[in-house]
Design a protein around this ligand. Sequence first.
Ligand code: F6R
Length: 610
Amino acid sequence: MCGIIGYIGKANAVDIILSGLKKLEYRGYDSAGIAVIVDRKVHIRRSVGKLCNLYLNFRERPISANIGIGHTRWATHGKPSEENAHPHTDYTKSIVIVHNGIIENYAKLRDELQNNGHEFKSETDTEVVAHLIKEHYKNNLLYAVQKTLIKIEGSYAFGIICKEEPDKIICARQDAPLIIGVGKDENFIASDVAALLPHTRDMIFLENGDIAEVTVDKIIVKDVKNNMRSVKIKSVECDAVQSEKSGYKHFMLKEIFEQPSTIENTLNGRIYPNEGRVFIEEVKIKEEYIKKDISNICVVACGTAYYAGLVSKILFEEFAKIPTEVDIASEFRYREPILNEKTLVIVISQSGETADTLAALRLAKNKGCQTLAICNVIESSISRESVHVIYTCCGPEIGVASTKTFTGQLTALYILALDWAFKRGKLTKESLKIYLKELEGIPLKIRLFLEDVKPIKIVAKMLAHKKIFLYLGRYLNYPIALEGALKLKEISYIHAEGYAAGEMKHGPIALIDASVPVVVVAVAGRVYKKIISNIEEARARGGVIIAVASDSNEEIKNKSDYVIYVPKTSEFISPIMTIIPLQLLAYYISVFLGCDVDQPRNLAKSVTVE
Ligand code: F6R
């Protein structure tokens, strides 16, 4: 979590850092700060709360500088406060540092430093690093950082400046993303591409163990032992406009409405329904492996991406007949999963930086498994470390609650499952054509649905004051119930739980009374009749039923308090459709409650700490 940025050049570092922090705010937003050096004097400004407070600070007392570093924080060690906000310094205010990550041995280092007379001002793990660098500093910042890095354990992306050497930024990376933006007579560092795009497309993606010295016109990358490391400058294709709200009130709403296009983008060039063919250029897994060698699939992810994984279990097993298990990355990495070279481990991650998912990927590689990542962020750690990658072509997702990348992940998983089902002889060409046509048609159906979202606004307004929501689904739509509940709780802070509808009578039904809305995904298909019985059971206990049903289902009107109709689809593809009203329901409830939709409390977009 946390976002870091740095600038050195002829422009005003403060302006560049502030606008970069705005782009990085999704990574954490409980406090922010900037340090600059002017005439060999360090100036640090920090403020608690959203970035606007820091903006205000600089508007009231402007400052101009040609070198600086900035940080937007998601607290790990120490509460959100001005003292704990970055940048941090050593006690002489000579070394200044911003950090994304966690220093695991900070307590021991802190004790040692305190015994040597160092006084600490914050509760953070980061401050220890500033003091340690100072201990090693002998007029060579790079050397002092190299010596310090040998002593610290944990994950980090650092940006470091020093009052005695105001012509350089030192940065280093270990298990946290860090990119250098290469400019003309100016250079940048940042946690992600979006913060650099307004300035340059030429970027160096640092690897673990890299330490870079960045001056106005030179970038040198070394390791802790002072060996040179080879680096490549890559030109990044990405549309900076995608990171704007484009007239929508919130990024989340914009991203929900983008889904017809983002699904199209993820399908584009990969499916050929008329020929009954799937072609995923990036995935070079041998057909032989998919046909014969593979013994099982293990899908590993966190949060929303995990729920996409749950849908894929049904697809891989039912269509491709490959035994599939799905696990939460933070669990997977600490149990002893049975893995071997016949296991394909699929990791799913929007950001490509989720610490637990990355660790799961590494574990799988160590065990000799084939690995495939489904990822949205190009050049992220997961996409670079996985042997195969399928990108969900959704563009930047800024709203903290995932929406378009969830349907992007589902889309990618559908294509894979269908392709492998065909290759394994479990699906005929004719059936493949039908399914691919269904997939191709889904963006249009979502587009039609999004033309009138009034019914959802009405339900949201009626129910926004409720304290508990239940979400029910079965079969392919059980994960959608889980995801719908997650959307509501994360952006409205209402307690919401998703259940497999058939499980209700084994306990959770006790929760239902007249005050509890029960959102039921009840689209046409093989479990429709079963879910109707579950609706009856919930109604009998007084629950307020909100059904998500297929267009022109009249029967359901008599069984529900509210019906949200979605265009008819086959049951197979329905999760990509049914999640849309649930995203919107959560969104409008959050808006009615006056919550911060795009930056909900306690969360961050990219969870780079475990
Ligand atoms: C919820 C949400 C999170 C993420 C999870 C994994 O809306 O966004 O649950 O899905 O933190 O993140 P990625 O996909 O970046 O690995």
